[in-house]
Design a protein around this ligand. Structure first.
Ligand code: PLP
Length: 385
C-alpha cells in the first residue's frame, strides 16, 4: 500500500460539516475580503502564541516581506539568514532592495549557526532572519544575545514552526516579528495561500497594518507605499475551526517521530543525530535539542555516502512511499543570487553537504501504525539489500 507524504482531505474530514456551514455563511455574507472573520482569527492566533498583535496577510512570503517593509529595511542594508531554507526567506530580502548574507547551519539541528552569524555582521547589517526549520526552533538564546549586542532586529521565519518552543518561549513571539504560513502543506493549513505576521510591539503592528493595505490609514490617502497583503475571511473562518486542534495535530506528529526512533534505531547502521554512534551510521535520524520542543513539520533524515540519498529515494519511489528532498540546493548556490552575494556567502560547507544528504519521510498526523511500519520496512530493506 502506498504511503503519501501528506493527506489533506483526511486531515480536514473531521471538520467537513462545520466547514460546509462556514462556506454557506461566507457565500451569503457579502464580505469576501477582510472583515470580522479575519480579525477574529487574528485575535485567536495572537492568544495562541501569546503576542499582542497578529496581522493576517496573503501568504507566509508576504508576512516576511511586510516585516522587512515595516522595519524600513532597504537598499544598502544587509540581512543575515540561512541558505538552507525555503526560497522566500532570502527572496524577500532581495525584493526590498537589501542584500541577503547567508550563514551556515548546525549539522544536527539544520538551523542557522550563531557562530557563523557573528562572523558575518558588518556596519550594514540590519536584521537576522532565523528560520525554525522543520519545526524546531533555531538557537534563539544565542541569536538574541548577538542581536542585542549589535542592535539588530530579529524576524523569526516560523512558517514551519507553529506551536514550537525554545526554553518555553513560543516561536514567533521572541523576535521583533514572527512570520507564519498557512500554505496547505504547513502544520496549520489553509485552503489556498494565507499567512500571518506576529509581534509584541504595538507600534510596529500599527505600521504593518497600514502597509498591509497600500500604506493608507484612510482609504485613498497614502502616507507610505505599502502593498496588497489582504487576507480572505473564508480562510479566517476555516482556520478558526482548525486552530484549536493544532497542539493535538503536533502531538500526533511527535508520536510518529517517536515511532520512527523506536523502529529504525534498532538497526546498527542507523543512529540519532548528536549521539556518538552517529559518526559511524549510514542513516542519521533527526533529534531534538534539549531546550526545544519539536512540531515536526518534516522528519528529515540524513543519508550518508555519495549518491546514497538518491538511491534511497529511488527505492522508496519503487515502494510508493512518499518522500521529499528539502532542500536540494542552498540559496547561496541559486543562480538568481550569484551576482548579488559577496565572498561571505559563497562557501557554506555544512549547508552544501546537507543538501546532498537530506530526505524527508512522511510524518503527518493522519498516518496510522501500518503506514509507519511500511515506511520503516522500506528503509530497513534498503540498508539490508
Ligand atoms: C512555506 C515557507 C515560507 C513561505 O510561505 P508561503 O505561505 O508559501 O508564502 C517561508 N519560509 C519558510 C521556511 C517556509 O517553509
Amino acid at each position: 500500500m502506498a504511503v503519501s507524504l501528506l493527506d489533506l482531505p483526511k486531515q480536514n474530514e473531521p471538520y467537513f460539516e462545520q466547514m460546509r456551514k462556514a462556506f454557506d455563511d461566507f457565500l451569503v455574507s457579502g464580505q469576501y475580503v477582510m472583515g470580522s472573520k479575519v480579525t477574529g482569527f487574528e485575535e485567536e492566533f495572537a492568544a495562541y502564541i501569546g503576542v499582542s498583535d497578529a496581522i493576517a496577510v496573503s501568504s507566509g512570503t508576504d508576512a516576511l516581506l511586510l516585516a522587512l517593509m515595516a522595519l524600513e529595511i532597504g537598499p544598502g542594508d544587509e540581512v543575515i539568514c540561512p541558505s538552507f531554507t525555503f526560497f522566500a526567506t532570502a527572496g524577500v530580502v532581495h525584493r526590498v532592495g537589501a542584500t541577503p548574507v547567508f550563514a551556515d547551519i548546525e549539522a544536527d539541528s539544520f538551523n542557522i549557526d550563531p557562530d557563523d552569524i557573528s562572523t558575518k555582521i558588518t556596519e550594514k547589517t540590519k536584521a537576522i532572519i532565523p528560520v525554525h526549520l522543520f519545526g524546531q526552533c533555531a538557537d534563539m538564546t544565542r541569536i538574541h544575545t548577538i542581536a542585542e549586542a549589535h542592535k539588530l532586529h530579529v524576524i523569526e521565519d516560523s512558517a514551519q514552526a507553529i506551536g514550537s518552543k525554545h526554553h518555553g518561549k513560543v516561536a514567533g513571539a521572541i523576535g521583533s516579528f514572527g512570520s507564519f504560513s498557512f500554505y496547505p502543506t504547513k502544520n496549520l493549513s489553509a485552503f489556498g495561500d494565507a499567512g500571518l505576521l506576529s509581534t509584541n510591539d504595538p507600534e510596529l503592528a500599527k505600521f504593518a497594518r497600514i502597509l498591509r493595505i497600500h500604506g493608507g490609514e484612510r482609504r485613498y490617502y497614502h502616507s507610505y507605499v505599502g502593498g496588497n497583503f489582504r487576507f480572505d475571511p473564508i480562510q479566517g473562518a476555516l482556520l478558526s475551526l482548525k486552530l484549536p486542534g493544532i497542539d493535538c495535530f503536533n502531538e500526533k506528529r511527535h508520536m510518529n517521530a517517536q515511532a520512527y526512533w523506536k523502529h529504525l534505531s534498532t538497526h546498527v547502521d542507523i543512529a540519532l543525530a548528536g549521539t556518538d554512534e552517529a559518526s559511524e551510521a549510514r542513516i542519521i535520524l533527526p533529534s531534538i535539542e534539549s531546550e526545544n520542543n519539536h512540531t515536526w513539520h518534516q522528519f528529515t533524515i540524513r543519508v550518508k555516502g555519495e549518491g546514497t540519498r538518491d538511491a534511497l529515494s529511488s527505492h522508496l519511489q519503487s515502494k510508493q512511499i512518499g518522500h521529499g528532498v528539502y532542500y536540494p540546493l542552498g540559496l547561496h548556490q541559486q543562480e538568481c543570487f550569484q551576482s548579488h552575494i559577496d565572498d561571505r556567502s559563497k562557501s557554506l560547507p555544512v549547508t552544501e553537504k546537507t543538501c546532498e544528504e537530506v530526505l524527508s519521510i512522511p510524518i503527518h498526523p493522519e498516518l496510522d501504525k501500518t503506514d509507519l511500519q511500511e515506511v520503516c520496512d522500506a528503509i530497513l530493506s534498503f540498508l539490508d539489500q
